[in-house]
Design a protein around this ligand. Structure first.
Ligand code: SAM
Length: 246
């Protein structure tokens, strides 16, 4: 049975109330570093004498304290994979925080964005990739994923964010990208946690693939938009579901 729950509120408080080892995986896209957020804000206003309009993200950058506490909760809650998006400059911070919390570092993967926003300032190359920091809960044997010997690169254009539907979040991850991660790291029936829910992209991918989902989003506008997307994904699944064998 595919179930989902996206709670409105602060995920650190929410996660603290969950029992140890109560989710199978964390797949999450927390806010990025202060440098990413302030770089975005610096693009608003004049560029080369022209007024450019680059909207701010609408949520705050990640602090060291939140990253460290989130890593502690991920290590306490996850039975298997912990997959965390970040900007390239923050991968070492996530690695330090997650290893200090007891998670095993497995690989730094790459989201190749294929079609990227031009560097409006023109003074350096634009950002072509985002990082996918891959950790696992401590385990005695080998860790297991569904990708075999494939390299850790996922290619997907941000323009495919909602596969034709209107985007509801400024940093919405493409449904195809999240679907690939869910397929690669989780199994049918698993419980996937995304504490920084945004538009609900992880949850939508989880539901479509027959996984269970729990998450948080603290902004009421994003939360409402995500709930609508999750509800639609669940309804669509019911429409196409095969009747269960008696
Ligand atoms: C990078 S966005 C996630 C985008 C999402 N992956 C998507 O595809 O739509 C991070 C989200 O985390 C939310 N957030 C930040 N701090 C939070 C917290 N402490 N608790 C819950 N949500 C938080 C922000 O409001 C923002 O929507």
């Amino acid at each position: 049975m595919v179930s989902w729950e996206l709670l409105l509120g602060d995920c650190l408080e929410g996660m603290a109330a969950l029992p140890d080892g109560s989710v199978d995986h964390v797949i999450t896209d927390p806010p990025y570093s202060e440098a990413v957020h302030s770089g975005r804000d610096a693009h608003r206003g004049l560029s080369g004498g022209r007024l450019v309009s680059v909207p701010s993200f609408g949520f705050a950058h990640l602090s060291d304290a939140v990253r460290e506490e989130a890593a502690r909760q991920f290590a306490r809650l996850a039975r298997r994979w912990v997959i965390i998006f970040s900007d390239a400059e923050s991968t070492h911070l996530w690695r330090d925080s997650c290893e200090a919390a007891g998670l095993q570092f497995k690989r730094t993967g790459v989201w190749d964005k294929i079609v990227v926003m031009p560097q409006i300032s023109g003074d350096r190359p634009g950002v072509a990739v985002e990082m996918i920091n891959i950790f696992h809960a401590p385990c005695a044997g080998k860790s297991r994923w569904n990708g075999g010997g494939r390299p850790g690169i996922w290619r997907c254009s941000p323009q495919d964010a909602a596969q034709g539907a209107k985007r509801v979040h400024p940093t919405q991850k493409p449904d195809g990208l999240m679907g690939a991660l869910v397929a690669d790291f989780t199994d049918r029936g698993d419980l996937v946690l995304d504490p920084f829910g945004g538009s609900g992209a992880t949850g939508v991918a989880a539901i479509r693939a027959g996984r269970r989902f729990i998450g948080w989003e603290r902004d009421p506008v994003f939360h409402a938009a995500a709930v609508a997307r999750l509800r639609a994904a669940r309804e669509q699944l019911s429409l196409f579901a095969q009747p269960e064998a008696p």
